[in-house]
Ligand binder design. Structure first.
Ligand code: BV8
Ligand code: ZN
Length: 251
């Protein structure tokens, strides 16, 4: 084991309560494209063109076309050994998962485990989930429907009020669900360790959550092949891939 990994292992093993903050990098090895960097989604699409309420008002068809493509990619992916190591450890208790990811893979890893044993731990999806639609008018939520993004006329509409449906995700410039956010900050402030995995730590308020652990006297452990703005706040930064490092850190 590298010294960073053995130091991180000692911190994690001694911890009484742990919170994970995960980002797109955790799902990279499942085949879900990350947002930034060489293979980033934002490379081919500009966030301000697509993941904003203005973009949806201006061109709902284009936004739906992008999300229909992302759903196709994501729904073909499966949780990787990083998701599974987190689920196994979380099932042992005193462990919460806060994710920026909208790919639903943490939930699927927990569901896979629940097939074998009773599994209950907090899983907070800060930015929503691709698997759900939400009505842009009355806010009603529903399971994602297949979307034909070829014309505005075929876009999905709410059965109750007739407004356009949208993916149930938080766009730039939109507020996160405040109860999810408050709970995430509270859990982080009560944790001895915030394990930050696969995030570039540039999106707020998510990127501030690990600092709540630090401010309350806990420590940050980071798993990321690259340094991030959080690295200087971390007790240990492990330069590695989540699917490789997490089983060795958590099992
Ligand atoms: C809000 C859902 C206010 C949609 C997403 C200027 C300065 C500071 C902040 C702002 C600013 N201007 C605007 C803001 C606010 C803005 C923001 O933070 N912008 C940033 C870009 C500067 N934030 C917001 O708008 C938020 N809302 O502030 O509201 C408000 C308050 C009240 C009332 C009204 C309004 C909303 C933010 C949510 C946006 N939605 N997603 C969708 O997905 O389509 S964010 C999007 O980015 C994803 O959720 C993604 O998870 C998230 C963060 O990206 P990462 O997960 O970190 O992924 P990334 O690709 O960036 O990095 C991957 C990392 O993994 C890399 O570090 C890489 O090295 C690593 N990696 C790669 N492979 C691996 C790996 N790690 C481990 N293993 C591997 N194998
Ligand atoms: Zn409606």
């Amino acid at each position: 084991m590298t010294t960073e990994l053995s130091r991180a292992r000692a911190i994690v093993d001694a911890a009484h309560r742990i919170v994970v903050l995960s980002g797109a990098g955790l799902s990279a090895e499942s085949g879900v494209p990350v947002f930034r960097g060489a293979q980033g989604l934002w490379k081919t699409h500009r966030p301000e063109d697509l993941a904003t309420p203005e973009a949806f008002r201006r061109d709902p068809r284009l936004v739906w076309e992008w999300y229909a493509w992302r759903r196709q990619v994501v729904f073909a992916c499966a949780p990787n050994e990083g998701h599974r190591a987190i689920a196994r450890r979380a099932a042992q208790g005193r462990f919460a998962v806060v994710t920026q990811n909208v790919d639903g893979l943490h939930a699927r890893a927990r569901a896979e485990l629940a097939a074998q044993e009773v599994v209950g731990y907090p899983l907070l999806e800060l930015h929503g989930a691709l698997q759900r639609d939400r009505c842009s008018g009355c806010g009603a939520r529903s399971e994602a429907v297949a979307v034909d993004g070829t014309s505005t006329a075929t876009l999905p509409r709410c059965v109750r009020c007739g407004s356009l449906l949208r993916p149930d995700v938080v766009w730039f410039g939109e507020s996160l669900d405040l109860s999810v956010l408050d709970t995430s900050f509270r859990l982080a402030s009560e944790a001895d360790v915030c394990l930050v995995v696969g995030t570039s730590a540039v999106v707020h308020p998510a990127a501030s959550i690990p600092l709540a652990t630090r401010q309350a006297g806990g420590v940050i452990v980071e798993v990321n092949p690259e340094p991030t703005p959080l690295s200087r706040h971390a007790a240990v930064s492990i330069a590695g891939r989540a699917a490789d490092v997490l089983p060795r850190l958590l099992d």
